[in-house]
Design a protein around this ligand. Structure first.
Ligand SMILES: [Mn+2]
Length: 322
């Protein structure tokens, strides 16, 4: 392990020497945000600490089977010694409503995005970690906390979801070894996979149908669009869009998939996914966003047609399509 990937000693000291922890992650939380937060809470509780968990958007139904999930709050109140921010490239991803920086004197940023910002008084950043859950696992080891079944389940879910079920390029021998060690705590991988991937409603499947219907495939580039009206018609929310882009990415010959979705506030969210080592992070950054090499995105207030045209044109150039 390179030095920069190890848990910084100051962070271990701070955790050991403090008592009240606020643990939080990004809006529209995914399996990594939720799994890593819950595992972190379980670790701190085992050390005799007190924890307050905050997610502005709460926990989507899909993940409500996880241990400690009932402790997640959608309001943020109180003062804490330390704030732990997990899986966020910048503090602004946590909330539109509250000032994240006013609730504790010290903020620690724990993240694996290569583009993570310089926010936080202390940072534990490891872009080689497949999921923040992997970093939380490293924290437990460094803090001498034995992983129990609950922690194992939460960390497993964070890794499972952030690697797209061990399919994405961030999956390594290390990821599998770590997952194997977690399974040895008595987890049932088939049951967890089934809970996460095999509980779609008919409306969620109709969303996939809508994405396919509007999909444009141009050589190695494919994209589709989902409007807020379409989501409303299907009685779905933005969290139902999680993973929906995979259907575009799965088309044979496609290297870059883009899903443009309209959020409740009218803004357009563009999600980009790639195969065969194409760097979509570069594109997302150029358009004001961030993420990972194979999974990135950006938000825009411009009209949908303008954003689609701009993004598609930029991708055509980078893919050498014209
Ligand atoms: Mn993540």
């Amino acid at each position: 392990m390179r030095k920069s990937e190890a848990v910084p000693d100051e962070i271990l000291d701070i955790i050991i020497n403090n008592r009240f922890f606020l643990i939080t992650s990004h809006k529209n939380p995914d399996g990594d945000a939720i799994g890593s937060m819950l595992a972190m809470a379980a670790i701190l509780k085992k050390m005799g600490k007190e924890t307050y968990l905050f997610l502005e958007d709460g926990v989507p139904p899909l993940y409500r089977f996880l241990p400690l999930v009932e402790e997640v709050n959608t309001v943020l109140a109180g003062k804490f010694d330390i704030t732990l921010v997990l899986d966020c490239e910048n503090g602004g991803r946590v909330s539109d409503r509250v000032d994240l920086f006013s609730h504790a004197r010290t903020l620690i940023n724990i993240d694996h995005h290569p583009t993570t910002g310089t926010f936080g008084d202390y940072r534990y950043i490891n872009p080689r970690a497949a999921a923040v859950g992997e970093q939380v696992h490293a924290l437990a080891r460094a803090l001498d906390v034995a992983i129990d079944r609950n922690m194992a389940e939460c960390i497993y879910v964070s890794i499972l979801t952030d690697t797209g079920s061990f399919r994405y390029a961030n999956t390594t021998a290390h990821t599998h070894r770590l997952a194997a060690g977690l399974i040895e705590h008595g987890l049932q991988p088939a049951e967890i996979a089934s809970r996460i991937y095999e509980r779609r409603s008919l409306n969620q499947l109709s969303l996939q149908a809508a994405i396919i219907e509007d999909m444009v495939v141009e050589d190695t580039l494919a994209w589709s669009v989902i409007s807020q009206d379409r989501l409303k018609d299907l009685k779905l929310s933005e969290s139902d869009l999680d993973g929906a882009i995979d259907i575009i990415r799965s088309v044979d010959g496609v290297r870059v998939a883009v899903l443009f979705s309209q959020r409740f506030d009218g803004k357009i969210k563009a999600s980009l996914r790639s195969k065969n080592n194409f760097n979509v992070l570069e594109i997302a950054r150029e358009l004001g966003g961030g993420g990972h090499r194979a999974a990135a995105g950006f938000l825009s207030s411009e009209p949908l047609s303008v954003i689609v045209e701009k993004t598609v044109q930029l991708l055509r150039e980078h893919l050498g399509l014209r």
